[in-house]
Design a binder for this molecule. Structure first.
Ligand code: 9WN
Length: 725
C-alpha cells in the first residue's frame, strides 16, 4: 500500500478512536456529542475492516435504544454529555410516548436506515464469519422491526414509499428540497417554544449551517410531535411536512437487499425483505421519477406533487438499483455535467450536493452545495451498479483526495475543496477506511508463491491453434479482423465505462467469427502492414483482443491473475511465429525492451520478430493497451486514420482519473504504477512529470507540479487486477 494511504488510514482510525465513547462513536468531537443514527451505520462500515468487536458494539448500542414500535431514533443521548447540543431530551420529551424505550434518552424522529447494509458489511469483512453469526441472529429481528415500522407507520397508502416528517430525518437537513414545505409553516414567535441554538457555539461559521429561520421550523415540528405524544396517526393528520424522499427510500430499498441476504445467512426466509425491495424500487421508479426534469424528485404529500429541485438525492436510486437503464442514462448525463462537476472539468470536486448552476447554490453552506463523503460513497456504488465506472471512479478519487488534502472534515467546498463544519468527522474517516481497504489495499496475497510455482510449470496456450480457417484472401485478413474487432467493441464493450460483457460475448456469433479469423492469423504476414499508424492500430487492437479472447476462452472469473503468467504464456500463432500479449507489448510496441518483471528482452538477437519492432515508442500506448483489469485503461477500438487523436484522448482520460492524485497540501503526487513500470518510455521520472503536466486539467494541480517539478515526491498507487467485467 502507498505510504500515504497507510499514514492516512492510521489518522482515520485515530479519529474514530478519539470519538469513541466506550460503547459507540460520536460523529464529531464537540459539535455532535451523542450517538447518531445513520452516522453509526457509516462508522461501523469503516470499523468493520479492522475492529469487528467495536463495529458490532456500535450497532448494538444504537439498537438498545430502539423504540417499542420499531423506530430507531435519530439521536441516542449520552447522559454524561448533556448541555452541549440542542435539542436534547428536555426538549424532545419523548417520555410522552408509550413507545419510547425506558432508561434511554432519545430524540423522537428517525433517519435513513443504513444499518442492514452496515451489518452485512461487518459479516463480509470479518475474518471469522462464524463468530459474527450470533450477532446476525440477534440483530436481524431488530432490523426487521425497524423496516416493518417504516412500512407500517410511514407508508399509509401502502405504496412502498416511506415519508419523512422532519428535515433531520432525511440526514440532509437544510437541503433546498425542503424549502417550499418549510416555508408553508408560518412561525408565530409568541407561540414557538423558547430555545437556544447550540450548534453555533463550536466555532463553526453560521453561514455554513442552517439558518435561524430553518431552526424555527425544526423546533416547530418537534413541538408538534411532542404535542401529538409522538402518535404517528395524530402527527400525520396535522404535520405540514410529509415528504417521500428519494434518498431515504433508496437507502431503505438498498438496505432491504442486505436484509434479505442476512436472512439467508442465518437460515430465515428472505421473502419479506425481497418483496419490500421490489415494491419500493418500483414505487421509486414510477412515482418519484420526473420525466421532464430527468431526475428523481421528492414527493410532497401535503401539496400532492413532486418537488422539482436538483440535489444529489435525486441520483440516489442508482444506489438502490431501482432505476431503469434509460433513467440511469439520463441521471448519468445530468450527474456528469457542469451542474454536478463533470469529468475532467478540473475546477471542481464531485459531487456537489446541489446543482452549481442554480440560484441558491452555496459552495460552503452545509447541505446547499458542498461535497459530502457519505453521498459520494453511496453514489459511487450506484454508478458502478449501472456500469458507469469511470464516473464512479471520479467520485472515489475525490472521496480519497479531499480528506488527505484538506483534513477529515464534515463537508468540503465544491470548488476549492477546503474542509468545513466539524473537524475529525466520523463518517469521513470511516468511509475513507472503507474505500482504501476495498480498492487500494496492498495486494491481498492470492497465494502468490503458489502462483509463481504453478507459473513455472505452466505450459503455453495457443488460442488460435487448430480449428476452422477463414475463407478469406490473406491480404484482406488484417482489414477483416480489425473490422470484426470493431463489431465486438460496438456490441460487447462499453468504452465509456471501460467494461466488457464477457458472458454475452462468449456465446455470440460475432465472437465465433472473430475466432475463425484469428485462426487465419496463422497464415498472416505482419510485414505486409504498411505505415506506422497501421502498425500501431493493428498491434494495439490485437493486444486488446487477445486479452479478451483469453479471458473468455480460459474462463477467467475474477482476475487475469488466475492464469499463471497470463500475459507471457497465452499466445496467438501469427505467420510462422508465436506472440504473447507481452511480446506484442514489450517486443513490438515498446521497442523490445526488457519488462520490469522479467530478466530478458522479449526478442533475442536472432529472433526474426525483431523486424516488427516499432520505434520510437509512443508512451500513450500505455493508456490504450487493456490488460483486462480495473486499473488499466478503458477498452476501445483504435482505427488507422484516427489513432493519434484516440491515443491523445486515452492519455488525457487516464491522467485525469483517480490513477493520478495531485496533493499540493501534502507536497506529493500519487500516481498509477504504470508510470513506474514504464518510466523509461516516458523519458525517465522527469518525463513522467512533464507528461502528466501536459495532460492534467485543473490549475491548482498544474501550478503545484510546475513549482515542484525538479523535486516532486511521488508515490505509486496499488494496481487493481480485478477483471473489468
Ligand atoms: C441533526 C450528525 C448529524 C448527521 C446529519 C447532519 C447533522 C444534525 C445537526 O449532523 O445533523 O441531525 O445538528 O445538524 O445533517 O446528517 O447525521 O453527524
Amino acid at each position: 500500500m502507498s505510504r500515504i494511504f497507510a499514514d492516512y488510514l492510521e489518522k482515520a482510525r485515530g479519529i474514530l478512536d478519539n470519538n469513541w465513547t466506550g460503547s459507540s462513536t460520536k460523529p464529531a468531537p464537540s459539535l455532535y456529542p451523542h450517538q447518531w443514527n445513520w452516522d453509526t451505520g457509516f462508522i461501523a462500515i469503516g470499523r468493520s475492516h479492522y475492529d469487528t468487536t467495536r463495529a458490532i458494539q456500535e450497532i448494538e448500542t444504537l439498537f438498545e435504544a430502539q423504540w417499542l414500535n420499531g423506530m430507531l431514533p435519530q439521536i441516542v443521548f449520552n447522559p454524561k454529555e448533556l448541555g452541549h447540543y440542542f435539542p436534547e431530551p428536555d426538549f424532545w420529551q419523548t417520555e410522552r410516548s408509550p413507545h419510547s424505550p425506558a432508561g434511554k434518552l432519545t430524540s423522537g424522529i428517525t433517519m435513513p436506515p443504513i444499518h442492514a447494509i452496515a451489518v452485512e458489511k461487518i459479516y463480509q469483512n470479518t475474518r471469522q464469519p462464524r463468530s459474527v453469526r450470533p450477532f446476525l441472529e440477534r440483530i436481524y429481528p431488530k432490523l426487521l422491526e425497524l423496516h416493518s415500522y417504516l412500512y407500517r407507520e410511514r407508508d399509509i397508502p401502502e405504496e412502498g414509499l416511506i415519508y419523512i416528517r422532519h428535515p433531520w430525518e432525511s440526514g440532509i437537513d437544510n437541503s433546498p428540497t425542503w424549502d417550499v414545505a418549510l416555508k408553508r409553516i408560518a412561525i408565530d414567535k409568541t407561540s414557538l417554544p423558547a430555545y437556544t441554538r447550540k450548534d453555533l457555539e463550536h466555532g463553526v461559521d453560521p453561514r455554513m449551517r442552517p439558518s435561524d429561520d430553518d431552526y424555527d421550523r425544526y423546533v416547530y415540528l418537534v413541538d408538534l410531535f411532542r404535542q401529538c405524544t409522538y402518535d404517528e396517526f395524530r402527527i400525520r393528520e396535522s404535520c405540514p411536512f410529509l415528504i417521500q424522499d428519494p434518498l431515504f427510500n433508496s437507502i431503505l430499498c438498498r438496505a432491504n437487499e442486505s436484509l434479505a441476504r442476512i436472512a439467508e445467512i442465518i437460515g430465515e426466509s428472505p421473502e419479506v425483505p425481497h418483496s419490500w425491495t421490489k415494491k419500493t424500487a418500483e414505487a421509486i421508479r414510477k412515482k418519484l421519477w420526473h420525466e421532464d426534469h430527468g431526475m428523481f424528485d421528492a414527493y410532497d404529500l401535503v401539496s400532492d406533487q413532486l418537488i422539482e429541485v436538483d440535489t444529489s438525492a435525486g441520483f440516489m436510486p442508482l444506489y438502490a438499483g431501482a432505476t431503469t437503464r434509460e433513467q440511469a442514462k439520463r441521471l448519468y448525463d445530468r450527474l456528469n455535467s457542469a451542474s454536478f462537476c463533470a469529468l475532467h472539468q478540473g475546477n471542481c470536486f464531485t459531487i456537489p450536493n446541489y446543482d452549481t448552476q442554480k440560484e441558491g447554490f452555496d459552495r460552503s453552506n452545509y447541505w446547499r452545495g458542498p461535497v459530502w463523503i457519505n453521498i459520494n460513497w453511496m453514489l459511487a456504488q450506484g454508478l458502478r451498479r449501472y456500469g458507469y465506472t469511470v464516473k464512479a471512479d471520479s467520485l472515489q478519487k475525490d472521496l480519497l483526495q479531499l480528506p488527505i488534502r484538506f483534513g477529515f472534515h464534515e463537508y468540503f467546498d465544491s470548488f476549492d475543496g477546503i474542509g468545513y463544519g466539524s473537524k475529525d468527522f466520523g463518517w469521513t474517516a470511516a468511509l475513507f477506511i472503507d474505500l482504501v481497504n476495498e480498492f487500494y489495499e496492498s495486494e491481498k496475497s492470492e497465494g502468490s508463491v503458489t502462483r509463481k510455482i504453478k507459473g513455472l510449470f505452466a505450459g503455453e496456450t495457443i488460442l488460435n491453434d487448430g480449428g476452422e480457417m477463414p475463407e478469406i484472401d490473406p491480404d484482406k485478413l488484417a482489414g477483416e479482423l480489425m473490422h470484426t474487432i470493431r463489431v465486438l467493441r460496438d456490441k460487447f464493450y462499453d468504452t465509456n465505462r471501460g467494461l466488457v460483457d464477457y458472458d454475452r460475448l462468449r456465446d455470440s456469433s460475432e465472437f465465433q467469427h472473430y475466432r475463425i479469423l484469428a485462426n487465419g492469423l496463422r497464415e498472416f504476414k505482419p510485414s505486409c502492414l504498411m505505415g506506422r499508424k497501421a502498425k500501431l492500430a493493428f498491434w494495439t487492437n490485437l493486444y486488446n483482443t487477445i486479452v479478451v479472447d483469453a479471458i473468455v476462452t480460459l474462463r477467467v472469473k475474477q482476475s487475469v491473475r488466475e492464469v499463471p503468467e497470463f500475459f507471457r504464456k497465452v499466445k496467438y500463432a501469427i505467420g510462422s511465429h508465436l506472440f504473447s500479449a507481452d511480446d506484442i507489448e514489450h517486443g513490438i510496441l515498446r521497442g523490445n525492451v526488457r519488462p520490469w518483471f522479467y530478466p530478458m528482452r522479449p526478442f533475442g538477437p536472432r529472433d526474426q520478430r525483431r523486424a516488427l519492432i516499432l520505434t520510437p515508442v509512443d508512451p500513450r500506448i500505455h493508456f490504450a493497451l487493456v490488460c483486462g483489469s480495473r486499473s488499466c485503461a478503458p477498452i476501445g477500438y483504435y482505427d488507422v486514420e484516427h489513432i493519434y487523436e484516440q491515443l491523445e484522448e486515452a492519455a488525457k482520460s487516464f491522467v485525469n482519473s483517480s490513477e493520478v492524485l495531485v496533493l499540493p497540501e501534502e507536497g506529493k503526487m500519487l500516481i498509477s504504477e504504470i508510470f513506474r513500470w514504464y518510466e523509461k518510455d516516458f523519458g525517465g521520472k522527469g518525463g513522467v512529470i512533464d507528461f502528466i503536466f501536459d495532460y492534467l486539467v485543473g490549475e491548482n494541480a498544474r501550478h503545484f507540479i510546475r513549482e515542484n517539478s525538479l523535486n516532486l515526491p511521488i508515490e505509486y498507487l496499488h494496481y487493481d487486477w480485478n477483471l473489468n467485467r
